[in-house]
Design a protein around this ligand. Structure first.
Ligand code: F6P
Length: 517
């Protein structure tokens, strides 16, 4: 079988038609032309994933994927045992060898090994019962929830609450992650302590930022007349023993499985604040949307697999075209936090430098994920995308149905701008004046949702989880560990404990801040 290195070399040496050439009708059925023309190209490189209601269109036609590139990537998928790895993921086998763990986030939405799914569904039901009991007043009059967590224990809840609870919220949720007390104080200022619940979300229940913030939240309750602050805490964790030790009553601990990674945990009890805000029916719809994407990713042949196709394009740009970044622009205010969410998912998963066999990788792995919301970003960073010297593959995400009830002009202008940007990046425009010249041939993909409801958000997140996994398999790396974050934590601890000397710059900073021991 051809080796991965040979396939990357093949990809490097393929002809590089421009997007204009790939779209050119002249190639359509022309002599020897192997590439489809306009309509056929769009049909071949876009497809829908259907949800219970509505669905999502994934259009990858404005990328440089062509039949030769796709064929080389399909060979790479074979070399990298892609089908086998995908099977292992869904069978609950160990796909995180450095930590000896499976990656069971799919089970929480009903996908995977039967016994594991059963266990996961029991955990979701337990959360559902608590959410419904709280909504019915079991813990008194609760109007506010301060959700304390960081990284994967905060980014998903913040995104879910922001995206889904603008029109209707059963509970006013504040997600606090930063150890900077300014963040927690801001939440305190917006909540009535007598009507506030605290969710402490931490897979490990040891993360210093979260535990420190949780202590301060308890003190705030007690300082403000709440007689039993501990009775207002809900723990969301894969370490229930740790939560008990910290003082949380077992009845208010919502556990999840150790085999669910932090950045993949939104489906678990870490999603509690989303369920508190939108209700369990919508939370279950969110899980169902993700399950539809699981089915597509698991059961669709590589040729038609929309997730795998996205991963092919990602790797083509990162490895073959040397793109160091990938941008995501949500043309939907409700998805303003989606780029932040993707940053952790993609960069913490695939920002790696060794393969699963502990060999150094022989090329770039994850690009830097960044982005923002349209149309705001057009007036801030799009200059670089159109005329800068970097080639940045862009994803546009939009919803056909509006999220507002104002004059339809708002949504029409939003969508027209989104589509215009993709067209402009691709077409460019030649002019005599170099300053007004647009090179074009700049790739983009468009993810167009029928509507942005709970199921659609679940589907969008699951699509990106699997896209991240597919990238990792094709690169031969483990997307489920994150040892890179440990060193800084150890150094911070060493500074706190004192007695260790650091470099001169760090010592001087510690001294300037009055922190040297
Ligand atoms: O430091 C990184 C990290 O471990 C993330 O992977 C994780 O999402 C975050 O910290 C929070 O961890 P925990 O949920 O255990 O508090």
């Amino acid at each position: 079988m051809t080796t991965a290195a040979e396939l990357w070399a093949r990809l490097d040496n393929l002809p590089r038609p421009t997007l204009g050439e790939l779209f050119s009708t002249q190639r359509d059925g022309g002599e020897g032309g192997s590439e489809p023309g306009n309509d056929e190209r769009v049909a071949n490189l876009s497809g829908r994933i259907e949800l219970d209601e509505g669905g999502i269109l994934f259009d990858w036609s404005k990328t440089h994927l062509d039949s030769a590139v796709i064929s080389a990537f399909k060979d790479l998928a074979e070399t990298m045992n892609f089908a086998e790895m995908r099977k292992k993921l869904f069978a609950g086998e160990i796909v995180n060898p450095t930590e000896g763990r499976a990656a069971d986030h799919g089970t929480l939405r009903g996908t995977g090994d039967e016994a594991k799914v059963e266990e996961a569904m029991a955990l979701i039901d337990r959360m559902g019962m608590l959410v419904e009991a709280i909504h019915q007043g079991a813990l008194g009059e609760i109007e506010h929830l301060i959700h304390i967590g960081i990284g994967g224990s905060a980014l998903g809840p913040a995104l879910g609450v922001d995206a889904l609870s603008r029109d209707l919220s059963y509970c006013d949720v504040h997600v606090v992650s930063n150890i900077d007390g300014v963040a927690l104080e801001e939440a305190f200022a917006r909540c009535d302590p007598a009507k506030t619940l605290i969710a402490v979300a931490s897979k490990t229940f040891t993360t210093i930022e979260t535990m420190t913030n949780a202590e301060s939240a308890l003190k705030w309750l007690s300082d403000n007349g709440v007689s039993d602050p501990g009775g207002r805490v809900i723990a969301l964790t894969a370490n229930p023993e740790g939560a008990v030790e910290w003082g949380v009553d077992e009845t208010r601990i919502l556990p999840f499985q150790e085999s669910v990674g932090g950045r993949y945990s939104i489906w678990s009890s870490i999603g509690f604040p989303i369920a508190m805000a939108v209700g369990m029916d919508d939370f279950r719809a969110f899980l169902a949307g993700a399950k539809a994407v699981d089915a597509h990713f698991r059961d669709t042949d590589i040729s038609d697999n929309l997730v795998v196709r996205a991963a092919f394009a990602d790797l083509y740009y990162a490895r073959v075209r040397g793109c160091q970044t990938r941008a995501v622009f949500a043309y939907d205010e409700r998805l303003g936090l989606f780029p932040d969410y993707l940053q952790q998912l993609e960069m913490e998963s695939n920002g790696k430098r060794v393969t699963v066999d502990m060999q150094p990788v022989d090329g770039p792995t994850a690009p830097i994920t960044w982005g923002g919301v349209g149309t705001d970003a057009q007036h801030a960073v799009f200059q670089l995308l159109h005329q800068g010297t970097h080639l940045v593959p862009v994803d546009f995400i939009a919803s056909i149905a509006p999220g507002d009830d104002l004059d339809p002009a708002h949504h029409r202008i939003l969508l027209m701008n989104c589509f215009a940007q993709g067209a402009a990046l691709m077409a460019g425009k030649k002019g005599d004046d170099p300053a007004r010249n647009y090179p074009g041939d700049r790739p983009s993909a468009t993810i167009l949702c029928d509507d942005l409801d709970a199921a659609t958000l679940g589907a969008l997140i699951a699509f990106h989880e699997h896209r991240t996994f597919a990238n990792a398999v094709l690169l031969g790396i483990n997307p489920f560990d994150q040892f890179g974050v440990e060193l800084g934590k150890q150094m911070a601890k060493a500074i706190e404990q004192g007695g260790e000397r650091f470099d001169a710059s760090t010592e001087a900073l510690l001294q300037a801040a009055g922190l040297s021991q």
